[in-house]
Design a protein around this ligand. Structure first.
Ligand code: IVH
Length: 735
């Protein structure tokens, strides 16, 4: 953006700058709306728009057809049906200072000047930082929901919106208009955002940036069950097309929404004066950090709908409303060092250690640097990345708490960079175990993962507990009585470091007894503390009867000859889930053969010269096997494990002759004699294909208690339905 005052621009300079601003703002709109990936802050964006408006005001003849002032947002993304909003979805003018608010009210007073006794009232409510949606109700029934899109045309996301509990499928109460489009904000709470991040990290999934973008992504899912799993929320605060106004005022209309079953902000008030509005602004600001979701300002609206109508609109914005934005809280400090933390799934996460500084009442000492590319400011193709930042040790940085919670670096004060500060070099080995740390290429997109991961899968202490938990989990070795809690205990007391140690626990009975006893003591002590009651009669450790222990040891022994596919899955090699493990077991038949081929593949320059081409196994899996078997340090752990455990060679079962071979089977309802994944694996071993939903291609439906819609579809299509026992008989597994 040019620094030249608008007043001193020549006409041709103005024309050039308007052209440039149109292109620039359009690009930012696209990044924000279509990609949910803005590259500039809201304040920077607003500054661009203000500059554009100021130039247009001085040179009205130069307003371009593609001027941003004539548009509200970006065109909708591809993939969803388009919905034309019966009444456009508007944006809000912004105020940054009390003076801006005073100006807004003054404009209103001037506009209604002839009505000297007119009593303008306003509402004040939080500006929720989510995505707006428009929900169409016909005769009280939710019929269609859409995103804002460019304000005129949005995307039809009805199925996804229906998964949101805050959105009623039918209006409650009575007195609603025949047709009404309810508008409001879809958002995600911090708690839900954190939970999603954790779930994703646990399976090595994608990284999520902030609740707003995540909510946006969640709404654009092709599969509504994904949206459902995100637990989005909704506040109603406005309306579009309606056959009758809900009430004569904004405030009462929103109260009606509440009666009809919507959630509305409890922080909305009616106010008469600028003092009242500003007071509510500060009250809301005070509560901001305890709300549990992002808000970025307070919206003031003229209360009387009659006055709203009279005051009207400018391009894309109502004149009768304004968003009073919160200033971002910022502070300056220095980066003392950069540490690399290794996550439980092996991700190397860089963290800047800061000289402690207070931002908005909270001391900030650490801030995430996200990943390797972020610290460099560009990706491996040399493309600048969003929010990327060249941070070096010793740098002075401006930090801010985004949404009042997660601290982030806003900028580096390059002028203050110490002489000799060099760009940070991201380690290529794991700081915990010394194994190589690599970045994977996503097979589908061909792009490099932004995260570097430790390849020391079995030996890395940072990943150890997680791996052990996986090793004993259900689809893996499934050792009864050895859940996450006991694994944690045995790991923390040094009894189990790698999977092989589980099988020698029996030889260390006294130490195991001691660890269990200590935990009992600890739990009793905590209970006592909580209840305030003293314990009676404390028995000594030796007196205790650990009959459970024998059970545990025999459960462990019972797993010394696991099925090969379970064993491969239990190793926890990246990208090798239950299905892939079964494919590998079928292909290689013995663990020895898999290891042999794995190691040779790791040594080969071109893995494809060694590794056979197998249906369902692509480069992602082959590379994961290379990393695993190529890391010599995994050898010792694997050797120790194979000294204890002897996976059964894989034998083809009856498959070709099986009655279900070649058939497509769907399981529905709950199964009582086996888990869903066991049933699936068994069917696949017999040559059947297992599908998730019933279609004309389905041959057989196995239904347990609680089977729902799939059963109906099956009977509509005339597909054979059997129960679990009949299924077991049919595959020769009964009795
Ligand atoms: S009213 C006619 N109220 O802010 C005015 N908008 O910058 C229509 N927003 O697209 C909007 N909280 O996504 C209104 N309490 C609130 C809001 C709110 C958040 C969003 C909404 C809108 C954007 C405008």
């Amino acid at each position: 953006m040019s620094e030249k005052p608008v007043d001193s621009l020549t006409e041709s300079e103005a024309a050039d700058e308007l052209k440039q601003l149109a292109a620039e703002i359009a690009e930012h709109d696209r990044r924000y709306h279509a990609e949910d990936a803005p590259t500039i802050t809201d304040a920077e964006y607003d500054a661009l728009r203000r500059r554009n408006l100021a130039i247009e005001e001085r040179f009205p003849d130069l307003v371009r057809d593609d001027s941003p002032s004539l548009r509200v947002g970006a065109a909708p993304a591809e993939g969803f049906a388009k919905v034309r909003h019966a009444v456009p979805m508007l944006s809000l003018a912004k105020a940054y200072t009390d003076q801006d608010v005073a100006d807004f009210i003054e404009r209103g007073r001037r506009f209604f000047d002839r009505d000297k006794d007119l009593d303008i009232a306003f509402t004040a409510e939080p500006k929720i930082d989510g995505l707006s949606a428009s929900l169409r109700y016909e005769n009280g029934v939710f019929v269609q929901g859409a995103t804002r899109g460019d304000g005129t045309v949005g995307e039809d996301i009805t199925a996804n919106l229906k998964t949101i509990a805050d959105i009623p499928k039918a209006l409650k109460g009575s007195g609603w208009p025949e047709i009404i489009e309810i508008r409001g904000e879809v958002y995600m709470t911090y708690a839900e955002f954190e939970a999603l991040k954790q779930r994703s990290a646990a399976v090595g999934g994608q990284d999520y940036v902030n609740p707003r973008n995540t909510a946006a992504g969640s709404l654009r899912q092709k599969d509504p069950s994904v949206t459902a799993s995100r637990n989005l929320k909704f506040f109603a605060y406005a309306w579009g097309y309606t056959t009758a106004e809900p009430a004569p005022t904004q405030f009462d209309s929103v109260q009606k929404f509440k009666e009809w079953g919507f959630k509305v902000s409890p922080l909305m008030v009616r106010a008469k004066s600028i003092e009242d509005l500003i007071a509510q602004y500060h009250r809301i600001e005070e509560q901001r950090s305890s709300l549990g979701y992002d808000i970025d300002g307070v919206v003031y609206k003229v209360d009387q709908l009659e006055l709203q109508r009279r005051w009207g609109f400018v391009t894309g914005e109502p004149r009768w409303a304004v968003a009073h934005k919160f200033p971002a809280e910022q502070a300056m400090t220095t980066v003392e060092k950069i540490d690399i933390q290794v996550g439980r799934t092996g991700t190397l996460a860089p963290v800047a250690r800061l000289a402690p500084v207070t931002v908005g009442g909270v001391v900030v000492e650490n801030v995430t640097l996200h990943n390797e590319d972020y610290i460099k400011g560009f990706d491996s193709n040399g493309q600048p990345i969003r929010d990327g930042i060249d941070v070096r040790i010793g740098d002075t940085v401006v930090i801010q708490r985004a949404g009042d919670v997660i601290p982030q670096i806003v900028s580096v004060v390059v002028d203050k960079r110490p002489a000799g500060a060099v760009p940070y070099e991201f380690p290529h080995t794991c700081p915990v175990c010394g194994s190589p740390a690599t970045r994977e290429i996503n097979e589908k997109t061909g792009k490099e993962d932004s995260r570097r991961r430790c390849t020391g899968e079995l030996i890395c202490a940072a990943q150890a507990v997680e791996r052990l938990r996986h090793f004993v989990s259900r689809g893996a070795l499934d050792i009864e009585g050895l859940g996450a809690e006991n694994i944690d205990l045995f790991f923390n007391s040094g009894l189990v470091k790698t999977a092989a140690d589980i099988f020698t626990l029996k030889d260390r009975r006294p130490a195991v007894t001691k660890a269990l006893a200590e935990r009992r003591e600890e739990q009793a002590r905590l209970r006592e503390e909580a209840s305030g009651k003293a314990r009676k009669n404390v028995r000594s450790v030796e007196e205790r009867n650990y009959e459970g222990l024998d059970k545990l040891f025999s459960a462990i022994d019972a797993r010394r000859e696991p099925e090969l596919d379970r064993f491969i899955f239990a190793l926890g090699i990246r990208h090798i889930g239950e299905t892939t493990a079964a494919v590998l077991a079928r292909q290689f038949s013995t663990i020895e053969e898999l290891i042999r081929v794995g190691k040779e593949t790791a040594k080969a320059e071109d893995p494809h010269t060694i590794f056979p081409s197998i249906n369902g196994i692509g480069d992602t899996v082959i590379n994961a096997l290379r990393d695993f078997f190529g890391n010599e340090r995994n050898d010792d752990v694997l050797d120790a494990l194979l000294a204890q455990v002897h996976p059964k060679p894989y034998v083809m079962e009856i498959s070709a002759g099986s009655e279900v071979s070649g058939k497509t089977v769907v399981f529905t309802g709950s199964l009582e004699k086996m888990t869903r994944s066991e049933a699936k694996a068994m069917a696949e071993r017999l040559g059947a294909k297992v599908a998730g939903s019933v279609s004309a291609k389905t041959d057989l439906v196995v239904a347990g208690p609680g089977a729902g819609s799939k059963l109906k579809v099956a009977s509509d299509l005339g597909i054979e339905v059997i129960d679990e026992d009949t299924w077991l008989q049919r595959i020769g597994r009964d009795g």
